[in-house]
Structures are given as structure tokens and as C-alpha cells.
Unconditional design. Structure first.
Ligand code: ZN
Length: 243
């Protein structure tokens, strides 16, 4: 089984379409989405429709919940808040119903844990940036692999058989029996690791391998749509620098 794992599309249709085209050439059997379909970008409706059609499993992100009033946005920065309110105004009732129906965490039939922010208190949207933060989170799921998003920065954390936690430095990893993994698949629609290309993951359960892939997309077009929609200009600018 080969599975693509995507996160943090954030209403960026150009990025999502480019990633789906890339996936088409890679013999993928399943698609999992780990949250934030909407927020920031100019095409929330089209992104919901595409993902609702194609994803085998979809979990909720903080922006998905915020857009339907299910999470507090008082801690959102001003640009994110403005984008949430704009997104809310764009969604029809079936879109909202779809977002409301998404679970915070799901375990797939292949025994893979999927969550947007962290296995520990998924409703509180914690970030996992460091090895220490990852180490805590390994205590909160029993599966071998947990795929996450939320930080928009791809990362692979390993807990070895001695329960020691480390960060992997390559974008590809061979999974070892007895080890556990927290894998952040990066962001399709708003990467923040100084690489503007879309990021997503592929898990191959036969070869026991995970790879993080980068895909170019039409950034200029996505930027123009954000500006035309009257969303904060910063949200357009950041796409080009990947931050
Ligand atoms: Zn996000």
C-alpha cells in the first residue's frame, strides 16, 4: 500500500492541484489529510470539495474548526483572524457541515495515527517543534506512526527501542521495527521552512519507507487571488518566501 499524506492546504487551490497532479504519477492507493483545508488562501470552497472527494480520511485542523465556530480564535494573529472571518463568509451550508463533521484524531485501518497538531491534547493545538515536545507526545499514541501537520514545517521524529527521541535529518526514512515515529508532512498551501514549494509525505508500507516530497506550483496566481479577495497582503507575500 502506498499512501499520500497531506496537510495545511489553507485554501490554496493552485498548490493542492499541483500536489494532486504529482501524486497521480506515483502509484498512490490512498490519501490521508491531517488538517487545515481552509484559512489564509482564496479558494476554501474548491479545496473542501476536492479533498472531500478524494481523501480516504480527513481530520480537523484549527482553522477548519475556527471557520465553523468550533474553536476559539482569540489567540489567532490579526491576519489569521481576518482570514478565518473571510473564509466563514465564503462557505455554504454543506461545506460547513463537512468541516463540522471532521474528527480531531483518527486511526486508519492500517493502524496509522492521524492528528493535526499533537497526539497529546489534540483539541488544544499544541505544536511539535523540538525533540522534547516530540518525546512527550510519544506517550500519547500506541501506533507505530503518527502523521501530523500544523507547524507547516516538515520533520521526522524517532523514538528508538530505548525510548530515546531524536530528529531525523533526511527527507526519507526507512522504518525500523520497535521504533515509533512522529512525522510532520509539512504544508501543501503555505510552507514555512523557507522553501516555497508545496510539501507532502508518501508512506510505503511494503518497503517500510516514508518520503517527504516537494512540488512547485503557480505561486503568482495564488498570490493574486489572495490580493483580489481583499485578504491581508502579507498572506500573499509569505507564499513566495516560504514563511
Ligand atoms: Zn495550518
Amino acid at each position: 500500500m502506498r499512501c499520500a499524506i497531506l496537510a495545511d492546504v489553507h485554501g490554496n487551490l493552485e498548490a493542492l492541484e499541483a500536489v494532486l497532479a504529482d501524486i497521480d504519477n506515483r502509484r498512490i492507493d490512498k490519501l490521508f489529510f491531517v488538517g487545515d483545508i481552509v484559512g489564509y488562501g482564496a479558494d476554501p470552497q474548491s479545496c473542501i470539495e476536492l479533498l472531500a472527494n478524494i481523501a480516504n480520511i480527513c481530520v480537523a485542523g484549527n482553522h477548519d474548526r475556527a471557520a465553523v465556530g468550533l474553536t476559539d480564535i482569540s489567540y489567532f494573529n490579526p491576519a489569521a483572524k481576518q482570514a478565518v472571518l473571510w473564509t466563514k463568509s465564503q462557505l455554504n451550508e454543506p461545506h460547513k457541515e463537512y468541516l463540522r463533521g471532521l474528527n480531531l484524531t483518527v486511526v486508519s485501518i492500517d493502524n496509522i495515527r492521524l492528528v493535526h497538531g499533537s497526539p497529546y491534547e489534540p483539541q488544544n493545538w499544541h505544536y511539535i517543534f523540538s525533540e522534547n515536545e516530540a518525546a512527550l507526545n510519544f506517550n500519547y499514541f500506541n501506533e507505530q506512526i503518527c502523521f501530523i501537520g500544523h507547524s507547516h514545517r516538515p520533520a521526522i521524529f524517532i523514538q528508538n527501542t530505548d525510548k530515546k527521541c531524536s530528529k531525523h535529518t533526511d527527507n526519507r526514512i526507512k522504518l525500523q521495527a520497535g521504533c515509533k515515529y512522529i512525522i510532520n508532512v509539512g504544508s501543501v498551501g503555505q510552507p514555512r521552512d523557507n522553501n516555497p514549494k508545496s510539501c507532502y509525505g508518501i508512506y510505503d508500507d511494503l518497503n517500510k519507507e516514508v518520503e517527504l516530497i516537494r512540488t512547485a506550483y503557480d505561486i503568482n496566481k495564488a498570490q493574486q487571488k489572495i490580493i483580489d479577495a481583499g485578504l491581508p497582503e502579507f498572506l500573499a507575500r509569505r507564499l513566495k518566501i516560504g514563511y
